[in-house]
Ligand binder design. Structure first.
Ligand code: BES
Ligand code: ZN
Length: 624
């Protein structure tokens, strides 16, 4: 514990003042050399030479699909430092300067998941490096959209997705979540477009198309982000606002109208919001995720704009990352549950504060269903169902399962159960305060948990079983929901009928509908499916979650021939991987891989590489 605190204090000292004390510096380098801090997903050598701040100077070229310019870093080197290694992927490196001196650089062999090491000589006294480069049109972090792929169809659009290990494809960097740097940037874009970043942002376009940014707080490289497009801004509170294409702005501002209340509720729970503003950008539908917690500026899919604010738990989630993830960051991707499990727990506490216990319980139960399905899919005894992962030699993305999210959240719920909410909240608040702007390994969390929660309150917990054991431990606190029980009962009572005496459901919310669709049997007769579709027109729903759940069920039930057009339109428009994977998978399992491939051939140009990589594998696409 003491050791941990010492190391953390030293690290934060470095980030704030760049200490000159050689002993203190040595401890910092030693920290990075420690085995549980060794990041298998980065080639960088922070234990020898460490980046401490970044200035980016880039020009965005939509014709060439490139960013061109330079990355200037301040660095600190250990007394033994001989060379520095950065992560790069498909970058065109023009030259590298150490201080003002041009040095020879070498780009090592490329790894399919990690890109390549870029190395060059430094000395213990080196203070800065500057890399002149341009990105490749294939940069995996970047998606270049044609005007046709945007909502307003007038201007092109660019956005980046850094997590987990993609930032290296647009910025040469020490691309490990264990490294933190503040950054500034000068970005030149075409005059008719606005650029915004995970930093202090402009609200309007200017005449020159040149924008300057500053992110004062030290953040890991996976949180450096950019979006460029025909963007407009609308405030939705003193501290919050929305950026979107003009035609989307009004709907977005309405949908996210409760954001500031969420922010206040979050602060009330776990302490002050330390990033100043909290804004949201609504991206074009090809954005591969629901949301991404880029600091000060959450990136969000337009598929959560349902018109009734029913899918905004996602905003609570990304906002919660401003504490869990962005303030206190997983040291490596093996510790990913520290980011996501804490965030799901926190997200549900925010939702409970705003909309009540019953609402939050529905969210938690849907999450539990996802967890059960994932454990089933991965295998109850498989090591990938441990919270602490071992992703060495694998894609860091493989950790993005409901284990990190839901098993992580349920683990925290089990701890809350043991000590009671009041003590657990005090513990979490202190956890964020003590570790802010730091990175944490699972083992460091455990040692903190032991002293500050368990020993202090004289209780025991089966944390080893949750963290290093498979499946779902027995003390998993599954909530009860009367709202969902009614639905289960209705289905049980009506399953043998024609399903045409339908439930009284005028007041069901989206989550109840989802529970309903998820719990319909996979072998309903075409007639029963028809009755349901006629009564509720699920295939025409304006709610993307309901639409996706219904498409999956109908494909599983062999009842989709009537709406292949709707399925196709959805898959071509939306690039959110969470929706794509189950639908394509269902088509494959239904024996209709031909349909899946023909839709995919049309849809693929619209997907971000993160999504197309997954679907390529699912459909064996390269073999076509
Ligand atoms: N940080 C994640 C997205 C992510 C994780 C991107 C790992 C790349 C690698 C983000 O906070 C997230 O979890 N998004 C979820 C939504 C959430 C409500 C569960 C998503 O996109 O579906
Ligand atoms: Zn998340």
């Amino acid at each position: 514990m003491k050791k941990l605190l010492l190391a953390s204090t030293l690290l934060s000292l470095l980030f704030t003042s760049c200490t000159k004390d050689p002993n203190a510096m040595q401890s910092i380098f030693d920290q990075y050399a420690k085995s549980d801090r060794k990041d298998h997903h980065s080639f960088s050598n922070p234990h020898e030479a460490l980046t401490t701040s970044l200035h980016l100077d880039l020009e965005v070229n939509f014709e060439a699909k490139t960013l061109t310019g330079s990355a200037l870093y301040q660095i600190t080197c250990s007394p033994q430092a001989k060379r520095m290694i950065l992560d790069v992927r498909d970058l065109n490196i023009e030259k590298v300067l150490v201080g003002k001196k041009l040095v020879t650089h070498v780009i090592g062999e490329s790894d399919e998941f990690l890109g390549s090491p870029l190395s060059f000589e430094v000395s213990p006294n080196s203070k800065s490096i500057e890399i002149f480069y341009s990105t490749s049109p294939e940069a995996v972090a970047l998606q270049w959209l044609t005007p046709q792929q945007t909502a307003d169809k007038k201007h092109p659009f660019l956005f980046s997705q850094g997590q987990a290990v993609l930032t290296r494809s647009w910025i040469p960097c020490q691309d490990s979540p264990g490294i933190r740097i503040p950054y500034t940037a000068d970005i030149q874009v075409p005059k008719e477009l606005l650029a915004i970043m995970s930093a202090k942002n402009p609200f309007t376009k200017n005449e020159t198309g040149k924008y300057s940014f500053e992110m004062k707080q030290a953040i890991p490289p996976y949180l450096i982000a950019i979006a460029v497009g025909d963007l407009a801004f609308e405030g939705i509170g003193d501290q919050c606002g929305v950026y979107a294409e003009p035609s989307v702005l009004k709907a977005a501002a309405y949908e996210f109208g409760d954001t500031e209340k969420m922010l206040k509720a979050a602060e009330e729970l776990y302490g002050p919001y330390l990033w100043d503003r909290y804004d949201i950008i609504v991206l074009p539908p090809s954005f591969p995720f629901g949301g991404m917690e880029n600091p000060r500026l959450t990136f969000a899919t337009p598929t959560i704009i349902a018109g009734d604010r029913s899918l905004t738990a996602l905003i609570a989630h990304e906002l919660a990352h401003s504490w869990s993830g962005n303030l206190v960051t997983n040291a490596t991707w093996d510790d990913f549950w520290l980011n996501e499990g804490f965030t799901v727990y926190f997200e549900r506490r925010i939702m409970e504060a705003l909309y009540g216990k019953e609402y939050a319980e529905m969210l938690a139960l849907l999450g539990y269903q996802d967890l059960e399905a994932d454990v089933q899919h991965i295998g109850h005894h498989h090591a990938d169902t441990h919270l602490k992962l071992n992703l060495k030699g694998r894609d860091a993305d493989d950790g993005m399962t409901d284990i990190a999210y839901e098993k992580g959240a349920y683990f925290l719920m089990s701890l809350e159960n043991i000590v009671g909410r009041q003590k657990f909240d005090a513990f979490l608040k202190e956890y964020f305060e003590l570790h802010k702007f730091k990175t944490l390994t699972t083992e460091e969390f455990i040692s903190y948990l032991k002293t500050e929660l368990l020993e202090k309150n004289n209780v025991v917990a089966n944390f080893e079983e949750w963290i290093y054991g498979p499946g779902i431990p027995k003390n998993c606190p599954i909530p009860q929901s009367t709202k969902f029980r009614e639905i289960d009962e209705w289905i049980a009572a009506n399953i043998d009928t024609k399903m045409n005496s339908l439930p009284a459901n005028e007041n069901w919310n989206t989550h109840q509908w989802l529970h309903f669709i998820r719990h319909l049997p996979k072998d309903l007769s075409p007639n029963k499916m028809k009755n349901l579709e006629e009564a509720y027109a699920f295939s025409q729903s304006g709610n993307s979650e309901i639409l996706a759940a219904w498409f999956e069920l109908s494909i599983n039930n062999g009842y989709y021939q009537n709406f292949t057009n709707e399925i196709e339109a959805f898959l071509v428009k939306v690039g959110r991987r969470k929706f794509l994977t189950p639908i394509y998978k269902a088509l494959v399992e239904a024996g209709d891989i031909d349909l899946a491939r023909s839709i995919y051939a049309q849809a693929r140009p619209n997907y971000h590489s993160v999504a197309s990589q997954t679907i390529d594998a699912l459909l064996d696409f390269e073999q076509l």
